[in-house]
Ligand binder design. Structure first.
Ligand SMILES: *Cc1c(COP(=O)(O)O)cnc(C)c1O
Length: 377
């Protein structure tokens, strides 16, 4: 059996190696490393895939979030609501821009922002909400957008983990993750569902004015060469990454299908098990399984991880510490307001999840988990 990895980027690469190698060598040969035609083509192709008017590529997913917030012209101290249970980049950029992050609890079943907590967290200083589509499934965007509309708030979707996922509204209309808020962001970090071979990211919007503004911000605030209208940043996707992404974008739906197939296998193996809760699939969103995350309810999560490690099965705790308890983003809080996050920190464990998992590996992993759980019921 092939060695089990959390993410197997090499096996995925080998299947497209000739094509990708050729494309990368062509970019080198063209010497159009920065802002070349490959970047423009990728941008257009991603716009079409997402059915969104503007894709603005940038250097990584954290920059994408920062630039999105910069474009909204918020003032120091304005409040931005986001989830307490997520990767730190989301809150990091809020703090970096001297805005005030307001962290709230997530829903226990979907790991995404809790709508009642969201409503309760709104104050006159609230300006924006950043729902994070954690682990590959959309937040409840219809509810988030309704709350935002009622209170006149910006919505920025952090879509680093759910590219390709579809959200279905109650009127039956369907939109791609990242294209429902006024702005959406993503990351092309290698292990993401659409990953390049280095760093990359992008911002999405249907708003022409914001798109224009963001194209300036990513390029030193320049709208005309050497005229700097505002303080911007330097954040670019390079042509080599763009050409890799052009090869992988047509494969994204197939990649997400492969992830779902692995998730189906896991779900079936763990169905009806005491003390194991499999990830819930919300009826409003397709799931692209950036992570496959179990909740272990017998208090033995850490022992399970240890057991799996001994069997050479990698398993990760995403995420072990609440953002509100991190030194950098500390927020006074009442545990009663974070019941779900605090439970999840003790219960979650993510199993290997990628596009190249083989049945033999899945069987080995699920057998090991079941073996441990049956001994520890
Ligand atoms: C990966 C990730 C980011 C940051 O992306 P980078 O490209 O690594 O900067 C932001 N938010 C979430 C939820 C992520 O998973």
């Amino acid at each position: 059996m092939k060695k089990i990895q959390m993410v197997d980027l090499q096996s995925q690469y080998y299947k497209i190696k000739a094509d990708v190698d050729n494309a990368v060598l062509n970019v080198i040969d063209s010497a159009a490393f920065i802002n070349g035609p490959e970047v423009k083509s990728f941008q257009n192709e991603l716009q079409e895939y997402l059915d969104v008017k503007h894709v603005i590529p940038c250097a990584n997913g954290t920059d994408a979030l920062q630039i999105a917030l910069m474009a909204l012209d918020l003032n120091e101290g304005d409040e931005v609501i986001t989830a307490d249970f997520t990767f730190a980049a989301t809150v990091e950029v809020v703090q970096l821009l001297k805005l005030k992050s307001v962290l709230i609890d997530v829903d226990y079943d979907t790991f995404t922002i809790d709508i009642d907590r969201l409503k309760a967290a709104i104050t006159p200083k609230t300006k924006a909400i950043i729902p994070v589509h954690l682990f590959g499934q959309c937040s409840n965007m219809e509810a988030v957008l309704n709350v935002a509309k009622e209170h006149n708030l910006f919505v920025i979707e952090d879509n680093a983990q759910a590219i390709g996922s579809d959200f279905t509204f109650s009127d039956g209309s369907v939109r791609k993750a990242g294209t429902m808020g006024v702005l959406g962001t993503t990351s092309f970090f290698p292990s993401k569902n659409l990953g390049c071979y280095g760093d990359g990211g992008a911002i999405f919007t249907n708003d022409d004015e914001l798109a224009h503004k963001i194209r300036g911000i990513v390029n030193h605030g320049m709208y005309e060469r050497y005229y700097h209208d505002e303080v911007g940043v330097n954040s670019r996707l390079d042509s080599i990454q763009a050409t890799v992404l052009r090869k992988k974008l047509p494969l994204l739906d197939g990649y997400n299908d492969a992830r779902r197939k692995a998730a189906d296998y896991y779900d079936e193996a763990f169905a009806g098990q005491n003390n194991i809760l499999t990830p819930k699939r919300a009826d409003y969103s397709t799931h692209v399984f950036h992570q496959y995350t179990l909740r272990i309810t017998n208090g033995k999560r850490n022992e399970l991880q240890q057991f799996l490690t001994e069997k050479e099965i990698p398993a990760m705790i995403y995420y072990p510490v609440a953002l509100r308890k991190q030194k950098a983003y500390f927020q006074e809080s009442d545990p009663k307001d974070f019941v779900n996050t605090d439970k999840l920190l003790d219960q979650v464990i993510s199993l290997p999840m990628h596009t190249e998992l083989e049945e033999e590996q899945l069987k080995y992993i699920t057998d090991a988990v079941l073996d441990f759980m049956n001994k520890n019921n």
